[in-house]
Design a protein around this ligand. Sequence first.
Ligand code: ATP
Ligand code: MG
Length: 465
Amino acid sequence: MIKISLPDTATKVIKILKENGFECWAVGGCIRDLLLSRDTKGWDFTTNAAPEEIQKIFLDSFYDNKFGTVGIALKNLKKQFPNLEINDENEIYEITTFRSEKGYSDRRHPDKVTWGKTIEEDLKRRDFTINAIAVTLKNDQYVISDQFGGQDDLEKKIIRAVGDPHERFSEDALRLMRAIRFASQLGFTISEQTINAIKQNAKLIQNISWERIRDELLKILGSSYPYEGFVFLKNTNLLKEILPELEACFGIEQKSPGRHHLYDVGTHSFLSLKNCPSSDPITRLATLLHDIGKVKQWKKLPSGTITFYNHEVVGARMVKTIADRLSLSNEQKDKLWTLVRWHQFSVDEHQTDSAIRRFIKRVGVQRIGDMIDLRIGDRLGGGLQTATSWRLKLYMKKISDVQKHTPSVKDLKVNGRDVMKVLNIKPGPKVGEILGELFKEILKDPTKNEKDYLLGRILSLFPEN
Ligand code: ATP
Ligand code: MG
């Protein structure tokens, strides 16, 4: 028997309910993560006590009618049970009465939720075997309920639906995405029966709101195995449903005489994601979608060379549509657009400082690192052997030099002599004052640091001279 031990506070909650004559089990993600020795992200309990009964026991609890869940803030639990040692005062435990669900005609919400009588009934309605393990206390010993072989699947690293997978996915199509999300987060495979059922039910994802799809998609992107997650999405036909623009990239040839590209656009996109060193979901998404405009811009010249002229402009427009569809936040939208729009940046060693400044301004200082990560993914995902070229390294150094350089009046493209000449004045404090005004202007907008513009500005700023 596997030894398992729950934290003191979780054990206390189970004990309190038991002392009041009820059953209580810790269940779901917390038990899965505990058995995997992963950090747990919140404790959920299930009990045969009705919500009103739970609330009578835990004085400062709150009842969320929509989900049928009673929440207990640990800081309130501490007030009621002062001897309790609590790690995180902000944590909230959720207790839900045993449930059994019947019928899912909208493929999302059960038509009828009734209180279940046993833990077995409650575990039966859960999505995957690894999420259907519960732990309670009997005679001061921890006892595990695991009727679907969840521990075995944890050991074998397999995601497997509870019961008949077809039924489970047609009841609630969000589970299609959840299966792949857990596989990507945990580095698990998906059982053959379950994967086949996902494939056959992929179209049902259309019943799920884009916000929920986005949440799962961002979790896949932010996981330890995002590339493997997207391979699952593609192989199960879910990619076609949620990102048809990316699906369309597969089979788009880009091999040209004398060019380094080895793969079609879709394969290259997936491999870029695989090689992107960033762990940020939006940077990874941008890396995955950076060449999405190539489908529309594909052209084969008589010489046999394939071109994708302006694909970054078209691609940026396309990711805007995708970002709207997924209801990304404004900041996420802006970042995605920026990274795709400017991903073709040149690292030519002959670029001037002002060209580099323009690039920094377009991309934004805080996103330069993400842009470089996209380029590294792009290079490695295109079959190049090294993450950076000497040009890219030199370019990165120049970017940091340009950023380190503190601009001063000396950087102005006009000097004191120019001021005296234009205004026909003698040396004196006025000259410095005028240069100071011009300097303030170019600090706000460095593109204004052009000699002709500044000479004109001297006159219009100080017409009385
Ligand atoms: P996470 O680490 O993302 O919180 P989790 O397993 O805790 O993972 P939750 O969405 O918090 O996932 O759900 C808690 C538990 O509720 C799951 O472990 C599972 O037992 C059950 N569950 C959640 N969503 C579903 C669903 N759509 N269908 C069936 N059971 C579900
Ligand atoms: Mg959870």
